[in-house]
Design a protein around this ligand. Structure first.
Ligand code: RTP
Ligand code: MG
Length: 140
């Protein structure tokens, strides 16, 4: 069964949206297999967002994602990677459809509430960066 890495960003934690976000994925029918509240180190942030290293917004992105606790999660289910991305909505909340997480709760690109892996390769890489499979993920 497919797994993905999702994370409530510092703005979502600050705004007390963890419960709302977890509820959406639970009600959809996905299975939570790992979760933790944590503050990301600069090293981990730079690694996680490594694909954006050369982009002009990289410094701000790392500053933001390390600015407060995040709620890191692993979810499992059929096509969970792409379905979760659809449930999150477009990267820019101004373009995100109503009914999506970013469409309903965010207005700014830099504070868009949630991260989700964008491919099977990213999911595998990000789950490995944030979680120890043996110690922190449950298996059925
Ligand atoms: P994420 O990785 O956080 O789930 O977001 P995403 O896949 O929808 O978007 P991505 O292209 O991976 O960008 C990562 C985060 O960087 C910020 N961003 N700013 N100013 C800009 O042009 C710009 N582009 C991206 C956003 O906060 C985005 O979530
Ligand atoms: Mg991304």
């Amino acid at each position: 069964m497919e797994k993905t890495f999702l994370m409530v960003k510092p703005d979502g934690v600050e705004r007390k949206l963890i419960g709302e976000i977890v509820t959406r994925f639970e009600k959809k029918g996905f299975q939570l297999v790992g979760a933790k509240l944590m503050t990301i180190s600069r090293d981990l942030a730079e690694n996680h967002y490594g694909e954006h290293k050369e982009r002009p917004f990289f410094g701000e992105l790392v500053d933001f994602i390390t600015s407060g606790p995040v709620f890191a999660m692993v979810w499992e289910g059929e096509n969970v990677i792409s379905v979760a991305r659809n449930m999150m909505g477009k990267t820019n909340p101004a373009d995100a459809a109503p009914g999506t997480i970013r469409g309903d709760y965010a207005t700014q690109m830099s504070n868009n509430i949630i991260h989700g892996s964008d491919s099977p390769e990213s999911a595998l890489r990000e789950i490995g960066l944030f979680f120890s499979e043996e110690a922190e993920l449950v298996s059925k």
